[in-house]
Design a protein around this ligand. Sequence first.
Ligand code: AMP
Ligand code: MG
Length: 499
Amino acid sequence: MTVSFKPPAIPLRALDALDWAPRFGKLPEKFYTRLAPTPLPEPYLVAFNPDAAPLIGLAPGEESRADFASFFTGNQAFAGSSPLAAVYSGHQFGVYVPQLGDGRAISLGEVVGSAGACEIQLKGAGRTPYSRSGDGRAVLRSSIREYLCSEAMHGLGIATTRALAITGSDQPVIRETVETAAVVTRLAPSLVRFGSFEFWYHRRDAEAVRQLADYVIREFYPEFEGAEDRYPLFLREVVRRTARMIAQWQAVGFMHGVMNTDNMSILGLTLDYGPFGFMEAFEPGHICNHTDEGGRYAYNMQPQVGLWNLYALGQALVPLMEPEIIEAELKTYDAQFDEVMNGMLRAKLGLASPHDDDHLLVNELFGLMAESHADYTLFFRTLSGLHAADAAGDAPLRDLVINRERFDAWAVSYRRRLTLENSVDAQRSVLMNANNPKYVLRNYLAEVAIRKARDERDYSEIENLRKLLSRPYDEQPENAHYAALPPDWASGLEVSCSS
Ligand code: AMP
Ligand code: MG
């Protein structure tokens, strides 16, 4: 008999009756500053994500209330919430910055939801003691990008913070041009970062490092609590989750853009969506963040940056374990990464079991794609339709590359490999389609939604994309145009750290 596990249903609640259960705010006061969001004039609802509502136990329909936007802009306080901004530091582009912190995000506290306690954070809710020269705001453009991408990543099966809503206000916000303000409601079990630990280590406060580690272990890694070697076990698990997350990024062609250690989640969640991008014309060294001139966070750098960042975390954990133990845990990264990456590459190619020469097949494929600047998503999705027995139907794939002879030669070895494991077309394409998304958040798709929202106050495309990207592996024939190559006008789009 199989028993399917269903989490106990939690009662769904009205907006002003959420089940607040403070958690991070129970740490000593030095970990944060308590303060309320700064109101924005006449807020309105831009987007609401019903898929995320259960995470905070919110009853359906509550988003229609007249005061919804006011609550989620921070103008109106939830009874039971205890707003705060957390302190952290971090390595930005390799340089240690001793003081960062939530400069524009304010956490309202945790509520009990369908997946346990969930932190609610309003990003763009005003200045905090950690704002430095910033205005504490986020613009509508970047808020739409964060909202859509976090939900797209969730749809892809990659661990991430979630997004519940966007609210907007006509209050002007100055970036390269004058834009308007918005607030994204972010949800996550915790928003503690590598940089949260670095802050205390570099201030030589070993006791605070321990308090924070004990808190994170107790709340999020309870399986290690009480174990004598809980700190090494905790670090090993952070290494494992980070390696897995980055391998998944590579597999779908996601580029974070700003992998500073303050943007690295201690839970292995994709965190802080800024100048991210999905690989389109394949180029291993592609840099999605226009501000990243040196290419520190280029696509093919991400795996090693993940390890670099873990070293920064490991350093901060020196008060808790012997350096040799930390080193040994960090050394598990490469094997963890390779295992997930190789498994995902096999799945992307529809291969059932590993074979010694697979790396040759994969390397040649990536070389071929790079030479042609083949569209990453479209190429892999189209590959799912290849027939193992004959090349007569290869035209859609050959059309995506320039060097057709090179493709044909590769296809011969790929077919040989498929025959070796008696691959059945129908089964293989099911496996491949479950691993090669048809739809990703291409920059131009986000840009269309942003322009409609900004220029016409038409928010419908945000919702269209959210729905589309919640099922990225499904065929969705009615939405096939969203899988097309970017239009010519999109070639000039640039994304930077400005948000
Ligand atoms: P990010 O690059 O968005 O991860 O931000 C890096 C740091 O700058 C974090 O401490 C942010 O809170 C802070 N920050 C970014 N933008 C602003 C802003 N407009 N106002 C205040 N702080 C900001
Ligand atoms: Mg950040």
